[in-house]
Design a protein around this ligand. Sequence first.
Ligand code: NAD
Ligand code: TYD
Length: 352
Amino acid sequence: MTILVTGAAGFIGSNFVLDWFKQYSEDVVSLDLLTYAGNRENLSALESNPKHHFVWGNISDSKLVDALLKKYHIRAIIHFAAESHVDRSILSPDDFVQTNILGTYRLLESARLYWQNLNQTLKETFRFIHVSTDEVYGSLSASESAFTEKHRYEPRSPYSSSKAASDLMAHAWFCTYGLPVITTNCSNNYGPYQFPEKLIPLCILNALKGKSLPIYGDGKQIRDWLYVKDHCGAIFKILNNGRIGETYNIGGMNEKTNLEVVQSICDILDQFKPKVDGKSYFDQVTFIKDRPGHDKRYAIDAKKIQSELNWKAQEPFEAGLRKTVLWYLDNQDWVDHIFTGEYQQWIKKQYL
Ligand code: NAD
Ligand code: TYD
């Protein structure tokens, strides 16, 4: 049998598929629309792997998804595909509604119609893993306890509200139709292959280019950072042993202010790629206008997944961040292709 991974050419999806083949021999269908955030190159290591099937397409294309589910005898869907960047959602929410809400709805419907026609054994083992974010819970003050799975939904950005809508629908498809859905709500990820619009890769690459490191507001906002490989490990456990209809919060127990994160990036770069003038990259920090509705703090209480599935984040932040910075230093071609637009041309040449 086979699993279907949506958004597999994005940051977390590609890490997930690469890690999958390190552990399992089961086939994977990678479905991705290759939006600006999707990069076929992330999966280039699997090009000659006959067990990996890349499909360029939209989760909203029900005809395509229905056909894939049947053709490959899909036994689980891992749903990563989304518009994922808060700042883009503020400037242009439409794509977020289309993909995160309508796209997830269409995918749930395709899954339901396929699942309903499976035999009893396959029906029982089928899984729909809906990958979501801690941002659906809204913003915490400094003194509030970390988000548990019971925390009320209080999304505050177009991105988080679109993800919240999709979470509610996924859960409703479990309650109403019995579709075996499990939802995950994860904190901020970092690691290889992250598109350089998010804080960590943006600052690494801006620093190297001598550009400013833009900090919104006072830089004291807090995120709970999780190394992407730890997130993928959590999803493996949930896929194998998670309880259907449940939600699992996934986090790194690793709260940092944005300024602390940027300071750490600069320290690593100062060590591995010192500037010729002997100054620190941290001098490039510039405080700019705050993000509208900027959530102050996210923090995950991951006790449920720890006690039920024996999962805990393994990678210490400093070590994970060092690996991440070194990955960007070592993968200049990947970076160049994104910046030169060569990557976009490649998509046109290959697919259009
Ligand atoms: P990403 O933006 O890097 O990748 C998203 C991928 O989805 C891209 O490859 C894109 O081409 C694809 N895609 C977009 N619309 C599509 C569509 N209509 N049909 C098919 N493919 C489509 O995102 P990411 O950071 O890898 O996040 C993956 C998932 O994890 C998202 O659902 C996100 O909400 C969630 N999440 C992300 C983080 C994080 O820190 N990055 C944290 C928690 C949860
Ligand atoms: P981001 O990586 O966009 O993730 P999210 O908004 O989903 O948490 O941002 C992480 C934090 O960094 C967030 O508090 C916003 C802040 N930030 C900046 O200060 N400057 C930037 O240029 C970016 C992209 C983010």
